[in-house]
Design a protein around this ligand. Structure first.
Ligand SMILES: Nc1ncnc2c1ncn2[C@@H]1O[C@H](COP(=O)(O)OP(=O)(O)O)[C@@H](O)[C@H]1O
Ligand SMILES: [Mg+2]
Length: 285
């Protein structure tokens, strides 16, 4: 399924562009359904596409199904008794649903889990080596230096990772993902629990990794403002489905997105489903 907002080109293509065939997205999730414990239906026909080289934001309130979507892609649902019961997930042209998580890492997808999940009683370097578990090449040492280049403060922290600050632990979790040399990193709420200054720093590093190393990123966030600044396009999900998608620019200017996701207030988020404009939009989603 293609969403209209991404399928319709914003401007007419020039003759030169028109001759270039459209490239298939690196990742495509087609109409998937996810069930936990055989009974709890959480994703209800979710579709999204991540073009190679882009940062794509996946936004939505708590409980919408964002983490479930990432775990469906990385194969980690299995560890929580979850299953993709319908639909396809295609990565680099091949169907990957049902494949073991470590085989998915070998294919080039690495998930940075919510809450970092670094090993507190190991050093930074030992944590980084864990990220390279699928690799047998001799470049692991070089890549540790590469990670330290992006995160110089990790090099200074020689003690146990458990003593790092929240921001440093997030950096370590991202560094560990880089050690797998992935094509696609799935990031689950990297800004969670961090100070505004640290959020800025982590986001700027995410953008550098994308730009310098060409790593494609699917970024799950509740901090819609930061995510839409970093991303090229975004999807908004609610109750296990995408309710809106478009370029980051369009989403930032969308009145409903502004009201529900970019507003500074603490007012409870209403549902897109209650909006008249949602009904209108629904036809082309
Ligand atoms: N392991 C699980 N078993 C059963 N239900 C789950 C499990 N994990 C998540 N859920 C449920 O799935 C829904 C979506 O959760 P989640 O994907 O974590 O949302 P989000 O990341 O958007 O906050 C929630 O209602 C949550 O309670
Ligand atoms: Mg989550």
């Amino acid at each position: 399924m293609t969403h209209a907002a991404t399928a319709v080109p914003a401007a007419p293509k020039s003759a030169a562009q028109a001759t270039v065939p459209a490239r298939a997205p690196l990742l495509s999730v087609n109409n998937i359904e996810v069930v936990y414990n055989d009974v709890i239906l959480v994703l209800r026909g979710l579709s999204l596409e991540v073009p190679e080289g882009e940062i794509v934001a996946l936004l939505g309130a708590n409980g919408a199904g964002k983490s479930t979507t990432l775990k469906a892609i990385s194969g980690l649902l299995k560890t929580e008794d979850g299953e993709v019961t319908r639909g396809d997930i295609t990565f680099a042209g091949e169907r990957i649903n049902g494949i073991d998580p470590d085989a998915i890492v070998r294919r080039g997808i690495f998930q940075v889990m919510e809450g970092r999940r670094i090993i507190g009683d190991m050093t930074c370097q030992e944590n980084l080596r864990l990220g390279a578990f699928t690799r047998s090449d001799g470049a692991v040492k070089n890549d540790i230096d590469m990670v330290y280049h992006y995160f110089p403060r990790l090099k200074e922290r020689t003690g146990l990772a458990g003593y790092l600050s929240g921001g440093e632990q997030q950096m370590l979790a991202i560094g560990r993902a880089m050690m797998a040399r992935p094509k696609l990193i799935l990031m689950d709420e990297p800004s969670m629990g961090l100070s505004p200054l640290m959020v800025k720093e982590v986001f700027s590093i995410i953008q550098r990794i994308n730009r310098d190393l060409g790593v494609t990123i699917l970024l799950v966030e509740q901090n819609a403002r930061m995510a839409l600044q970093a991303a090229v396009r975004g999807y908004i999900m609610e109750s296990g489905k995408v309710v809106l998608d478009g370029t980051a620019e369009d989403l930032k200017n969308n009145e409903d997105v502004k009201e529900f996701y970019l507003g500074g207030g603490n007012e409870e988020r209403k549902s897109f489903k209650n909006l008249k404009s949602f009904k209108r939009r629904k036809r082309w989603i």
